[in-house]
Design a binder for this molecule. Structure first.
Ligand code: NAD
Length: 498
């Protein structure tokens, strides 16, 4: 059986691991590989390699560092089919969706190829008598990234690209459920010209994450995953004095106003609710029609679309939605659907019990649709992270806005309407980090930043865009005066510009 090793000092290695974890093919339920789980010694080896490589990498001028990213992007594009196939085999999402995962990641690698410009500091000529003042952006040193299973290419690339372009060395701890693509990306980075040691990958779960959070030589940690772990990572790394950003789960609401084009809104809900089997932090899991007539119309438009949705393995080009990640996840989704029925919601489309000939042991879950969901129900409160869409009916726009704002999560939200005033009001008032106006999955592009509010993000700088450059660098400000500008005699008062 194939063993997926760590990537340390430019070499794939099983390290000191005595422990391995099975990596499944979600479409068949078969074990297709095993991944080595890192010991503290493996993590220490990765950190030692990073520490040895980082000073020289930081001293490499930013334009040369940027050139590595030009080559890296080109290599990722050359290997797109291979990467997408590998990604789908471990995650289960369709090949086209896997390509989207990779593409959205490589766009951040493209963005940071502008590192020479992005890293420029500020300069004030004559800030005081014969005094110049300037600031520099210097790397943190060694950064670490801990990533979730649902975007095994995109989120590692969102983290490692700005960190490395800024002159840091980087330790990536990807999800142990689909670990192959992150290792392959690290190999391609070395092929692109990145010196060995600048990017290392270690695998594992809580033990290696704790090793990272408490490691003396790691200066900054970026985390993406579920909210309870994000809270833990944020608190633990902050208590260790590290820079930390931690992005958590979501429950994204899409408001449908009575004037919306119902066909377009239904198409949007199909992609946003069931794309990638609902396993996206920006998936829409709650549809909020305003008025009973709007609710009836959107459900009528959704039902035939859901019934026509083609569920299948990524190897079938006709598949529109693949399996979920694990058997445990499938069982949890089925149990939540049952809880929705028990707690009084109307199951308009039942996706349970879905089977596919030849894939009977795969983790397929058919798409479900609930109507008459209320905020007290578990299907509303829990992030289901599966193909289950809940409709919460509201009477007015204000009620729909309040529902969205009262939700503890605040990652993404959307409004579908033709009314510019309503859309503008929604964007201005809603307490959610990313807002779509007739755009159901408003993931900002690489040169803007990505991040939620409330329980969806802890820390104050977002991913990608210029925020990421700030996160992975420290500002140093220099105040300089040369001998001709220095007055004789000691000055005891606080210098001011009065
Ligand atoms: P997860 O929280 O289970 O795992 C995330 C990472 O944390 C993995 O690398 C995992 O190995 C590690 N981990 C797991 N248990 C741990 C523990 N007890 N202590 C320390 N580390 C631990 O998340 P997941 O299931 O891989 O991913 C799905 C979640 O990620 C969803 O909640 C989704 O909304 C969220 N997500 C959020 C964003 C965002 O940008 N806000 C993006 C993608 C996914």
């Amino acid at each position: 059986m194939r063993t997926i090793g760590h990537f340390i000092d430019g070499i794939e290695t099983s390290g000191n691991s005595a422990e391995f974890q099975d990596v499944f093919n979600p479409a068949t339920g078969e074990v297709q590989a095993r991944v080595a789980l890192a010991t503290q010694a493996d993590l220490d080896a990765a950190v030692a390699s990073a520490a040895a490589a980082q000073p020289k990498w930081a001293a490499t001028n930013p334009q040369r560092r940027a050139r590595v990213f030009f080559s890296f992007v080109a290599l990722i594009n050359q290997h797109m089919d291979e990467l997408a196939t590998l990604l789908s085999a471990e995650h289960g999402k369709t090949i086209e969706d896997a390509k989207g995962d990779i593409q959205r990641g490589l766009e951040v690698a493209e963005f940071v190829a502008g590192a020479p410009h992005l890293l420029k500091g500020e300069f004030t000529d004559g800030a005081g008598p014969a005094i110049d003042m300037y600031s520099m952006r210097q790397p943190v040193g060694i950064g670490a990234g801990i990533t979730p299973f649902n975007f095994p290419a995109m989120i590692p690339l969102w983290m490692l690209s700005p960190a490395i372009a800024a002159g840091n060395a980087f330790i990536l701890k990807p999800s142990e459920r689909d670990p192959s693509v992150p290792v392959r990306l690290a190999q391609l980075a070395i092929e692109a010209g990145l010196p060995k040691g600048v990017l290392n990958v270690v695998h594992g779960g809580k033990a290696v994450v704790d090793g990272i959070l408490h490691h003396d030589h790691i200066g900054a940690v970026s985390f993406v995953g579920s909210t309870p772990i994000a809270r833990y990572v944020y608190a633990t790394a902050a208590a260790e004095g590290k820079r930390v950003q931690a992005f958590g789960g979501a429950k994204n609401h899409m408001i449908i106003m009575p004037d919306a084009d119902m066909d377009k809104a239904a198409d949007a809900l199909m992609g946003a609710g069931y794309g990638s089997a609902g396993e996206r932090c920006m998936a829409v899991s709650v549809a909020v029609p305003v008025g009973d007539e709007t609710a009836d119309r959107i459900i009528a438009a959704l039902k035939p679309r859901i019934e026509a949705l083609k569920v299948g393995p990524a190897t079938d080009a006709a598949s529109e939605m693949g399996p979920v990640i694990t058997k445990a996840s499938k069982d949890r989704i089925d149990a939540l659907v049952q809880s929705g029925i028990d707690q009084g919601a109307t199951l308009a489309v039942d996706g349970r019990g879905f089977t596919l000939q030849g894939y009977e042991n795969g983790y397929f879950v058919g798409p479900s649709l609930f109507d008459h969901v209320t905020p007290e129900m578990d299907i509303y409160k829990e992030e289901i992270f599966g193909p289950v869409l809940s409709v919460v009916r509201t009477r007015t726009y204000e009620q729909a806005l309040k529902l969205t704002m009262d939700n503890p999560y605040g990652n993404g939200t959307a409004i579908f309407t033709r009314d510019g005033d309503a859309a503008r009001d929604f964007a201005a008032r809603v307490n959610v980090g990313m807002v779509g106006i007739n755009v159901p999955v408003p993931v900002p592009l690489a040169y803007h930043s990505f991040g939620g509010w409330k329980a969806s993000a802890f820390g104050d700088l977002n991913q990608h865009g210029t925020d990421a450059i700030k996160f992975w660098t420290r500002t140093k400000t220099v105040t300089a005066r040369w001998p001709s500008g220095i007055k004789d005699g000691a000055e005891f008062q606080m210098p001011t510009m009065k």
